[in-house]
Design a protein around this ligand. Structure first.
Ligand SMILES: NC(=O)c1ccc[n+]([C@@H]2O[C@H](COP(=O)([O-])OP(=O)(O)OC[C@H]3O[C@@H](n4cnc5c(N)ncnc54)[C@H](OP(=O)(O)O)[C@@H]3O)[C@@H](O)[C@H]2O)c1
Length: 335
């Protein structure tokens, strides 16, 4: 067990301080709800205080049971935990209902950080194949997104959630909505790992005082089959990562985490077996400037969550989801 008081903290734009690392809870279609919730219990007992959940991960009830258990056992108090969850795409018009269900399932009275998981309401069935398409899917709409966001703002006012987050955004989408927030988002959760650094988006968020939260910090070696493509690069297998890991006597996963934290994002690694080492590494020898510089060169725009299943009729391919040419594809109401 680590000394929780020594885990480095990050200050959000509200002034709240949160840990520099959280625990991911997406079982990647490989780990069932009990395996994931066991890891959450072990992680909280080991000193984690930030947990990244989502309604669509299908395990909030089981995670709620262990949250209750650790609170009953007085491992920590509710106020010490920073519980994050997300509204899934089929609930964008019923955000409060989704939030109340997560609160009930997670047994946590309120949510600390509530994310809009994807910026469009495009639903796909769990475990669906990568070629699956929903004919009701639509491109991003500013008005629809802001309607969902306003529902989140209303929940802050009601005390159901403390902070709002956005996820899977792009700079063109951010530019459309940045001036419209009444309550500013505290964080944006995006894919961030050594081969997917999203430097421009990262800088944009930092410039606007929105904390980047990095998902798939290890390059998600156990991600679902549907997110695996032959050209994907395995971050942790790169010789540069292995060399730096050897120099520190650790697994390359630890180097990916150290890099993430030193760069300034909050990584949320999933782990069944290594969560304690991942937390502990936030307090050991940092990477050198040279090592940070080497990892900077590993950027390869290696997007692993391409999001094919969210494409709408008429869209070309998954690149349309990420506004790569600076324009929001097919957006009906961009200014
Ligand atoms: N907002 C979004 O749209 C979105 C999308 C994807 C993911 N997420 C969030 O991000 C979280 C993390 O992403 P992810 O789970 O896909 O991938 P990840 O955290 O990059 O990778 C997890 C894998 O890395 C291994 N690992 C972790 N620590 C290790 C260590 N020290 N040494 C060796 N292996 C290690 C784990 O194995 P062990 O279990 O054996 O340790 C696990 O198989 C998710 O769980 C979810 O909460 C959010």
């Amino acid at each position: 067990m680590v000394d929780v008081t020594k885990v480095p903290q990050i200050t959000l734009n509200t002034g709240d301080k949160v840990p520099c690392i959280g625990l991911g809870t997406f079982g990647s279609d490989r780990f069932d709800a009990d395996e994931v919730s066991n890891a959450v219990e072990g992680a909280i007992r080991a000193g984690y205080r930030m947990i990244d959940c989502a309604a669509c991960y299908g395990n909030e009830k089981e995670i709620g049971a262990v949250i209750k258990k650790v609170l009953d056992d007085k491992v920590c108090e509710r106020k010490d935990l920073y519980i994050m969850t997300k509204v899934w795409n089929d609930m964008h018009r019923k955000v409060e209902e989704s939030c109340k269900k997560s609160i009930a399932d997670l047994k946590c009275d309120y949510i600390d950080l509530f994310f809009i998981h994807w910026p469009f309401p495009n639903y796909h069935a769990p475990h669906c194949d990568v070629t699956s398409r929903n004919p009701d899917s639509k491109p991003f709409s500013v008005a629809e997104f802001m309607d969902t966001y306003r529902q989140c703002e209303a929940m802050v006012k009601k005390g159901l959630i403390r902070h709002i987050g956005i996820s899977n955004m792009t700079i063109p989408k951010m530019k459309q909505v940045i001036d419209q927030f009444e309550i500013k988002p505290v964080a944006c959760e995006i894919e961030l790992h050594p081969c997917m650094q999203q430097q421009e988006l990262f800088d944009y968020l930092v410039e606007h005082d929105i904390q980047p939260v990095g998902y798939m910090p290890m390059g998600s070696p156990m991600r679902p089959e549907r997110d695996m493509e032959p050209d994907d690069i395995a971050d942790l297998q790169l010789p540069e990562m292995k060399k730096i890991a050897e120099a520190h006597g650790v697994h390359p996963a630890i180097i990916a985490l150290k890099w993430a934290i030193q760069r300034g994002q909050i990584p949320i690694p999933f782990s069944i077996h290594n969560y304690e080492a991942n937390l502990a590494c936030t307090m050991t020898e940092p990477l050198t400037d040279e090592e940070m510089a080497v990892i900077k060169t590993l950027e390869k725009n290696n997007r692993l969550v391409k999001g094919q299943v969210f494409l709408w009729p008429g869209a070309n391919d998954w690149h349309d989801l990420w506004d790569e040419d600076g324009v929001i594809t097919d957006c009906p109401d961009a200014k």
